[in-house]
Design a binder for this molecule. Sequence first.
Ligand code: NAD
Length: 250
Amino acid sequence: MSLQGKVAIVTGAAGGIGQAYAKALAAAGASVVVADIKDGGATVAAITAAGGLALALACDVSDETSSQAMVRQAVDHFGGVDVLVNNAAMFAGVAVKPFDLISVEEWDHMMAVNVRGTFLCCRAVVPAMRERGKGKIINVSSSTILYGTPLLLHYVTSKGAVMALTRALAREVGRWNICVNSIAPGITLSDAVKEHPRMAKWDAAVVQSRCIRRSEFPEDLTGTILYLASDASDFVTGQFITVDGGTSMH
Ligand SMILES: NC(=O)c1ccc[n+]([C@@H]2O[C@H](COP(=O)([O-])OP(=O)(O)OC[C@H]3O[C@@H](n4cnc5c(N)ncnc54)[C@H](O)[C@@H]3O)[C@@H](O)[C@H]2O)c1
């Protein structure tokens, strides 16, 4: 599953699971754009220390001008784009609360980043992929949508929208050899989860629901990302791939 000569954008890759995706794509040979509202310098430093190529770009995925500028700079710097991983999301620090305590502002912000951000980055990158004659878009959903996790209604709803967007977009862009798939992690011990007052406690309970009875780590997801980014998955599109140790079977 070599990505030699490919260019990959990973949004939300300044840390957490996105950083693991960026490092894995670079290790497979891709030049990687680390796009985040936070400073992506640590991810770029880790990739270059390992002999890879990476560029950090400041980007707010929920903003049209910012997402367009990010893709334009990626093309200017690396000559094109082959892979987009829409990983950025409102996740770390999301308050766990009953649905009727979620304010309209919190709801709208969640949808702006997780749903509009995914849409805007897809829209920005498709022309560059058409130029290349093919492309791979990987949208990060969550296995939480299959369970219907309570007390995170805005988050769960947004990740359901990401799955629906993936399916409908795959039908529109397949004619240009662009594959669009979603990956659905289970609860994964990223820094955001380890530091979260409630989510860290959920991990122990979720482990009991798995076929493979252990915690999930960011590195458990990178093999699926590499597969979906590489030529090995050229006839796979519109799919929702759950990587959660077998809690949900879809
Ligand atoms: N950790 C889990 O248990 C888990 C489970 C299922 C799905 N996911 C999904 O995996 C992805 C990564 O999760 P994580 O645990 O690393 O979370 P995280 O909160 O650590 O990472 C999210 C990243 O997105 C960036 N970001 C936020 N808003 C942005 C914006 N407007 N523009 C650009 N970047 C922005 C953040 O700065 C951060 O680097 C998210 O999409 C999350 O919903 C995580």
